[in-house]
Design a protein around this ligand. Structure first.
Ligand SMILES: [Zn+2]
Ligand SMILES: [Zn+2]
Length: 129
């Protein structure tokens, strides 16, 4: 059995599968063994976004749940990161990146004083970015 939990068609390597860079399914965002995608009736692939564009695939409820779980996971990680940064900014006299070369620690603890470098709170992409 392949690490994807199903056998691949001849001539298809795991590298060709979508989302294999980070091992998560490109449609349901679950680990390959937990993928909840249906088999495409046209090309018999699982978890290929192209099948939704070109082969008439529709999302199932488990995929919708899985995608929201992933979204929540990403959003919670973002909240945690933002809280850590906020705490750092509040307790630091000059949280901005300074030209004197003083070590401010590892990123993300380096802040620009230019407005355009800061994320727009009304345009934060938590979703799949
Ligand atoms: Zn999937
Ligand atoms: Zn397909």
């Amino acid at each position: 059995m392949s690490k994807f939990g199903w056998s691949l068609p001849p001539g298809v390597s795991t590298r060709d599968l979508p989302g294999n860079e980070d091992e998560t399914c490109a449609v349901c965002f679950k680990q390959p063994d937990d993928c909840v995608c249906d088999e495409c009736k046209v090309c018999f692939e699982f978890g290929n976004p192209r099948c939704h564009k070109e082969h008439g695939m529709k999302l199932n409820k488990a995929q919708l749940v899985a995608r929201h779980e992933y979204l929540l996971h990403r959003a919670e990680a973002k909240v945690k990161e933002t809280k850590t940064e906020l705490e750092y900014i509040k307790k630091t006299d000059n949280p901005f990146n300074r030209e004197d070369g003083e070590d401010r620690g590892e990123p993300p603890y380096v802040f620009s004083d230019k407005l355009e470098d800061q994320p727009d709170p009304f345009d934060i992409k938590l979703v799949w970015g």
